[in-house]
Design a protein around this ligand. Sequence first.
Ligand SMILES: [Fe+2]
Ligand SMILES: [Fe+2]
Length: 284
Amino acid sequence: MISETAPLASLDQWEDDLLSRYPEPEHKSKEDYRNYDTPERDTVREFYRLNHTYQTYDFVREKESDFLKFDKKELPVWGVAEFLNTLVDDSDPDTDLDQLQHLLQTSEAIRADGHPDWFVLTGFLHDMGKVLCLFGEAQWAVVGDTFPVGCKHSDKIVYPEFFANNPDSYDERYNTKYGVYEPNCGLRNIHMSWGHDEYLYQIMKNYMPEPALYMMRYHSFYSQHREEAYNHLMDEHDHEMFKWVRKFNPYDLYSKSPKPPVVSELKPYYEDLIAKYLPSTLKL
Ligand SMILES: [Fe+2]
Ligand SMILES: [Fe+2]
């Protein structure tokens, strides 16, 4: 039976599905990523049905007022990564990496390409918002493609047909092109569907350089960074910053290698990097 809160066997199933939608241009053929069996595809579909049905403008505002109080937990940054790792799901195929390994593979691929240290740190941090799951949030309120709420849903969002179940689609405050927003008002004025991206951004916003914050906040906004479906809400500055979001995306999607990083060898480097940019503990 498929669960209302957890149709996916693990959160990684969403990211694996992204690879079938956005396969790596060079090295791998589409077919390599497309050999899913049907049940997996069905759970991803069910996941998006729930996501698109329940991510309403009011839902997002409620989650913001709850989680942006940051009164849930206080941990050192490395402790957040270890806490996140308690999420490992044993129903995963054995080729899958745990959350910490995904973070380190992403950041190590960024480091290997010689990018600035704050970009490397962004790779290490980018999915830490998934701790939302450990606070009892449903999968569809933690992962999945994100999109603006409070205005018309683009048909460039994956499985757009499920927005027919979303009450905002019938609310005239929210179902027009601009909805509650102004043309090209800038993404800083837009409420995005609630999930790990926005949550992490809000935790990090006083500490990291602006391009890093854009990468954290919009890395799951595929309908914009891949499909450009919301140019009418973006301002010039957003367009400039989305160059970084697009630069980050391949590291997130294509850095998975079957050889897991050796955590103990890498930890000292990341502890130094964390100390350079972030406070000793984070309030979640
Ligand atoms: Fe993510
Ligand atoms: Fe990721």
